[in-house]
Design a binder for this molecule. Structure first.
Ligand SMILES: Nc1ncnc2c1ncn2[C@@H]1O[C@H](COP(=O)(O)OP(=O)(O)OP(=O)(O)O)[C@@H](O)[C@H]1O
Ligand SMILES: [Mg+2]
Length: 253
């Protein structure tokens, strides 16, 4: 796959010696062990690794959903790291500057597509620009579904609503945790192409956790975790090359 992204020097997310430990004494688990990495703006990064390797912990720390035990995390142009923020500042940051896409869509059943998509703006007390909303719905191919409820949509369409909801605030970064995990293969490919397209055409930054080498092959860079550490990174991998590396990490032993 050809990457058309200009090389960006601006950093969207940066982790500096991030360690996250759970429990204590004999029950201590180091879920992330001194991880340092930077994701440039306008790039798509996949996080892979065996079960329990720290992928979700990585995502939760990077997104300000969880606080690391030590280390620093910087987002966008912020000069101070996330650990210096209060809970209410973190809540605001997650709402205004970060987009989330989950395996299970997490849409509000009683709200229409349009209401779900504009929810982050309303929570932030921001007015919805109609042209921007129309553009965002068009981008995910849901222009003619704006007034529908989630229950009237297919799984792939529901995930596209979730992507539009993540895009609407033009966040510094979108974090996606297994965004295609609940979809069939064909629908999953459509969602991955859409994510790829938002990176290529809108300069969106995306960080995605996935178990699927095909999904990871849509990313610019793949970061492999094992036992809480980054053990390998690379760009321009094919799905076969990614699967091969995963096998060597013992992921499917
Ligand atoms: N809240 C918690 N309390 C204690 N240990 C935890 C907690 N959350 C995660 N861990 C441990 O931290 C390690 C990393 O977990 P994490 O959920 O980040 O793995 P993962 O790579 O996302 O795995 P999977 O592919 O199964 O989702 C695991 O050993 C896990 O048991
Ligand atoms: Mg996980």
């Amino acid at each position: 796959m050809v990457r058309r992204n200009p090389v960006s020097t601006e950093v969207a997310v940066r982790l500096e010696s991030v360690t996250k430990a759970y429990g204590k004494g004999n029950g201590l688990v180091t879920a992330l062990n001194d991880v340092s990495v930077a994701m440039p703006r306008g790039t798509f990064t996949a996080i892979m690794g065996p079960s329990g390797s720290g992928k979700s912990t990585f995502l939760h720390c990077a997104a300000g959903l969880d606080r690391p035990t030590s280390g620093r995390i910087f987002l966008g142009s912020m000069s101070s790291d996330l650990s210096t923020l209060s809970e209410s500042q973190l809540t605001e940051l997650r709402r205004d500057r970060i987009g989330f896409v989950f395996q299970s869509f997490n849409l509000l059943a009683a709200l229409t597509v349009q209401q779900n998509v504009t929810l982050p703006l309303r929570l932030a007390g921001r007015r919805t620009n109609r042209a921007h909303l129309a553009d965002t719905l068009a981008r995910v191919g849901l222009t003619d579904r704006a007034k529908h409820l989630p229950s009237q949509l297919s799984g792939g369409q529901q995930q596209r609503v979730a992507i539009a909801r993540a895009l609407i605030t033009q966040p510094d970064v979108i974090f996606a945790d297994e965004p295609t995990g609940a979809l069939d293969t064909v629908t999953a490919r459509e969602i991955l192409k859409l994510l790829r397209h938002t990176v290529d055409t809108a300069g969106q930054t995306i960080v995605m956790v996935t178990h699927d080498p095909v999904a990871a092959s849509y990313a610019d860079a793949v970061l492999f975790l094992a036992d809480g550490s980054i053990v390998d990174t690379g760009t321009g991998f094919t799905a076969d090359q990614i699967a091969d590396r995963m096998t060597h990490l013992g992921a499917w032993a």
